[in-house]
Design a protein around this ligand. Structure first.
Ligand code: NDP
Length: 251
């Protein structure tokens, strides 16, 4: 089903944990070369070693990247190894939440951190890759990891939801801007996924998490990675505008 991904190159932001890490594993298993990026160098180096051993036929490259720095993004893109110059798939996944915080209590640095990571980071990476992908004969696919929180809101989630609504707006706008190009753009919007992120959201409180989950079995990173594989492996004339993936029973 994912044959088209064999030999393609995918760059994933925030690949040191959760959904991004699961995407790295799944794309490597599908035969893609994978560029793993995140801030935690030890984690991405460990993942690189593991994937190289499991999939000796694909190329794995790990590079430290903080997406909030436009300079770093541009530097990483400018210094891609010769054999990984053509990035076919960009997964804008890096993102965070700082807990459930009423709007009046947000500190300026918390607001900046969330907007700089979830929104500006995604913008910087997208800006860096669109011109390159346009020049590639085979074009490219950009997958923006948004959220169900880009469609609906919940109490004490104002800034996170605002960043994800903005990701959705950017993705939809780009569908117009890229309409006459060979670059596809998709939003991938998960509901609850059990990752380190979910524990931050619930302040590490498992009881609080269980109360919100209310018997619903949350998704795994692998569930989201499978959807990313599906989006990226469609034939060139097919663009998945948006995929919303929910755990069964999440209202
Ligand atoms: P995790 O906390 O498990 O992973 C987040 C990843 O983002 C890490 O690899 C982290 O790496 C990276 N990251 C954070 N800040 C930066 C930064 N400044 N630069 C580069 N990388 C960064 O979270 P998830 O896997 O759950 O989340 C991934 C995406 O999925 C996010 O965009 C999130 O909003 C979205 N999402 C998650 C849901 C969930 O329920 N879990 C639901 C819907 C959407 P490092 O710290 O090493 O830099």
């Amino acid at each position: 089903m994912f044959e088209r991904l064999q030999g393609q190159t995918v760059l994933i932001t925030g690949a040191s944990a959760g959904i991004g890490e699961a995407c790295a594993r799944s794309f490597a298993a599908a035969g893609s070369n994978v560029i793993i990026t995140a801030r935690r160098t030890d984690r991405i180096e460990a993942l690189k070693a593991e994937l190289e051993q499991a999939h000796p036929n694909v190329r794995i490259h790990a590079v430290t990247l903080d997406v909030t720095s436009k300079e770093q993004v541009d530097q990483v893109v400018a210094s891609l190894p010769d054999d990984l110059q053509q990035v076919d798939v960009l997964i804008n996944n890096a993102g965070l939440v700082l807990g459930l915080i009423p709007l009046v209590d947000y500190k300026p640095d918390q607001i900046d951190t969330m907007i700089n990571t979830n929104l500006k980071g995604l913008i910087y990476c997208t800006q860096a890759f669109i011109p390159r992908m346009k020049q590639q004969t085979a074009g490219g696919t950009i997958i923006n990891v948004s959220s169900i929180s880009g469609h609906d809101v919940y109490p004490n989630g104002s800034i996170y939801c605002a960043t994800k609504f903005a990701v959705d707006a950017i993705t939809r706008t780009l569908r117009y801007e890229l309409a006459n190009s060979n670059v596809r753009i998709s939003a991938l919007s998960p509901g609850m996924v059990e990752t380190e992120f979910s524990m931050v959201r619930f302040d590490g409180d498992k009881e609080k998490a269980d109360k919100v989950y209310q018997g619903v079995r949350p998704l795994t990173g692998e569930d989201i990675a499978e959807t990313a594989l599906f989006i990226a492996s469609r034939p060139p004339h097919v663009e998945v505008a948006e995929a919303i993936i929910m755990p069964k029973g999440q209202a």
